[in-house]
Write a protein that binds this ligand. Structure first.
Ligand SMILES: [Zn+2]
Length: 237
């Protein structure tokens, strides 16, 4: 009798562990930092083409909020939602206090974490104040650099963009492939970069400064991420 109970317990625990599985890791990369970094780095492994580490990002045309602050605020909200949904989260930064680490360093954090998704959060800027809307960038197909992550990144971009547009209600600017993004070309894990909206557009700048819209952005990103991971987006609340 006692042996049967023990057996049932062991079988039960095994099934629970299999159901839970190993939690996937998502690396969240809030773009930029307090200070730009004008040093240069190669745009991909073995490349002679170099780009600056970080031009510093944009800022709110009405609110004056630096992009780095907005990116981090949404990233921290997203971290909370994903953790509650059982996802392991690694951040490339948790404060806006230093010189930007650059894009190879960001990609290496995602590579080391064996991330199921490397999710980069940015907001856009334009000389045209009427430019508005949300878009998502992913790596173009480059043999030896991104061929192993291209299809999965594109799929993640499609799913996360749809969820983000639904959550924020900004115009849908769609997806964009990029050949020359250092942070894409150095990544060995699926990677996307979302542009939440335009901080140079007065309406979107004002909305993205509010708790309500920052939470909406985090919720959209959470839902898209969970859907991409094959999990139920209802866990995002
Ligand atoms: Zn940016």
């Amino acid at each position: 009798m006692r042996r049967l109970v023990l057996l049932a317990l062991v079988v039960g625990l095994g099934a629970a562990a299999a159901r839970a599985g190993t939690p996937p890791t998502v690396v969240i990369d809030p773009g930029h930092d307090l200070r730009a970094n004008l040093a240069t780095e190669p745009i991909g492994p073995g490349s002679s083409v170099r780009k600056i580490l970080d031009g510093g990002g944009t800022r709110g045309v009405v609110t004056g909020i630096p992009e780095a602050d907005l990116n981090l605020a949404v990233a921290l909200r997203l971290r909370r939602l994903l953790r509650r949904a059982g996802v392991r989260v690694v951040m490339t930064r948790t404060t806006t206090s230093g010189t930007s680490m650059g894009n190879i360093a960001r990609a290496e954090i995602a590579n080391r974490a064996h991330a199921a998704l490397f999710l980069r959060i940015h907001a856009d800027g334009s000389a045209d104040p009427s430019a508005d809307g949300t878009h998502t960038l992913y790596p173009a197909l480059e043999k030896g650099w991104t061929d192993d992550i291209y299809a999965r990144s594109r799929r993640a971009a499609r799913i996360v963009q749809a969820a983000l547009v639904r959550a924020l209600g900004f115009p849908d600017r769609g997806l964009q492939e990029h050949t020359d993004f250092t942070g894409f070309n150095w990544s060995n894990v699926p990677v996307i970069l979302v542009e939440l909206g335009f901080m140079t557009n007065p309406t979107e700048d004002r909305l993205l400064a509010t708790d309500r819209y920052r939470q909406r952005a985090a919720q959209g990103l959470c839902r898209g991420t969970l859907r991409y991971l094959g999990r139920s987006p209802t866990a995002c609340g």
